[in-house]
Design a protein around this ligand. Structure first.
Ligand code: MG
Length: 425
């Protein structure tokens, strides 16, 4: 079997779901998904000449070929790895289909046939849809959007994550009751055993979003949000909170101390991701487990953080960090430090199922993220599943050939991002 083409399509969902399809001379195709990024689909297509004519089952050698071809453009990290990750996943789908086995069989086989999912939760009713630069947007599937763009507030014109998000307005301030209501819904109605909320949200106490500092009142308010979630779910679920790299070391330490009574599964990214020593100071100061990794690339990116104890839970994004086999390698590296794996994931079912094959195949798995609650067509865009992909907080790992799901191109086309190619069209 030889590769004949590499094509892309982008669906404007809550994020840009960026799909890769690899075509072969035997009629089989493989599908993969990359973590959306500015200019990404063009980067993916530029890898095509490196792959055409190659045997797709030499996945690792092709991965290395792509990696070193892009060495000048980002040999250690960056958007080229988002591209490579989606292509690599598509190569696994193609290879596993041609062998008649599910992808996890090629990654070591199963430790578990169901993968525990944690729900990423949002306290408000407002849409959460972001463009590749984390700016709020209103895609065409949003009720009322029609052909007219929905007005986005000026506050939402600022990136929503990291330092310097938009100025807090009272409309954006969520209450502990809102957090509790959503937590009860996710656990008691939907059946999840693990969930995560953002903790770096505007509060009435927020003073300066550029500084990385936390006033005492803001820490107390954040703790009240966490307490509300814990009291809402009691011991029925594990709870995690995300800070999106926002704080300085000492204020992150103060926050962690304040959260210790609530027994978090983890606190995610309390400090920026690029300074491992600073993250280690936070991790060593607290009983609250620190989770990080969605901005780390490949096993090399995780090495120092794992070796020095800077993170307690490793959260690679498998649509970004280098692909499915690289996810397995990161899990194994984490396992040598007795550290659990909880992959970050904002993907469609295509990327999420790809991640689920890795999660099935590694011993030290904790939970896999689901960030699709606000997308009405999240399930509809995948074919090959009877019923919903996630049931009562778990994905049953597909056992058919390849990925075990495919993209419903008719549905995908309905939500395709304007101006982007759609596979072979
Ligand atoms: Mg995060």
């Amino acid at each position: 079997m030889r590769i004949t083409a590499v094509r892309t399509a982008v669906v404007e969902a809550n994020y840009d779901w960026t799909f890769v399809r690899v075509y072969s001379d035997e009629g089989l195709t493989g599908i993969g998904e990359s973590f959306g990024a500015p200019g990404l689909s063009s980067i993916i297509r530029q890898f095509e000449p490196l792959l055409v004519g190659e045997d797709p089952s030499n996945v690792d050698a092709l991965w290395a070929k792509m990696r070193w071809a892009a060495s000048g453009a980002g040999s250690q990290a960056g958007i080229v790895y988002n591209a490579i990750s989606g292509i690599e996943a598509a190569l696994w789908d193609l290879t596993a289909q041609s062998l008649g086995v599910p992808i996890h069989k090629l990654l070591g086989g199963m430790f578990r046939d169901r993968v525990r999912i944690y729900a990423d939760c949002h306290a408000g009713e407002a849409l959460e849809a972001l463009d590749p630069l984390m700016m709020a947007r209103a895609p065409k599937w949003v009720e009322g959007a029609g052909d007219e763009p929905v007005a986005i507030t000026s506050a939402a014109r600022h990136p929503v994550h990291g330092r310097a998000y938009g100025p807090a307005s009272t409309a954006d301030i969520f209450t502990p009751e809102q957090y509790a209501t959503r937590a009860r819904q996710v656990v008691d109605e939907l059946g999840f055993t693990a969930l995560k909320f953002d903790l770096d949200v505007p509060t009435a106490y927020t003073l300066d979003t550029h500084s990385g500092t936390l006033p005492h009142g803001e820490i107390k308010y954040m703790a009240s949000l966490v307490q509300a979630v814990r009291e809402a779910v009691e011991d029925r679920a594990d709870i995690a909170f995300d800070c999106h790299w926002r704080y300085n070391v000492s204020d992150a330490q103060r926050l962690c101390y304040e959260l210790e009574p609530y027994g978090l599964m983890w606190l995610e990214d309390p400090v920026p991701p690029e300074n491992v020593a600073a993250m280690r100071r936070v991790a060593e100061s607290t009983k609250t487990p620190i989770c990080s990794g969605e901005n780390l690339y490949m096993r090399y990116g995780f090495r120092e953080a794992l070796e020095t104890g800077a993170l307690d839970i490793a959260a690679p994004d498998l649509q970004k960090t280098g692909g499915l086999l690289e996810g397995r390698r990161i899990a194994d590296l984490a396992d040598t430090h007795y550290t659990a794996l909880a992959p970050h994931c904002i993907a469609s079912p295509i990327g999420t199922i790809g991640a689920a094959h890795v999660c099935a195949a590694v011993p030290n798995f904790l939970a896999l993220e689901w960030h699709g609650m606000s997308v009405p067509f999240w399930d509809e865009i995948a074919t090959g599943f009877e019923g919903p992909v996630i049931e009562a907080g778990y994905i049953t790992v597909p056992t058919g050939p390849g990925l075990g799901v495919d993209l419903d191109e008719e549905v995908a086309r309905r939500y395709a991002k304007p101006g982007e190619p759609f596979f072979e069209d």
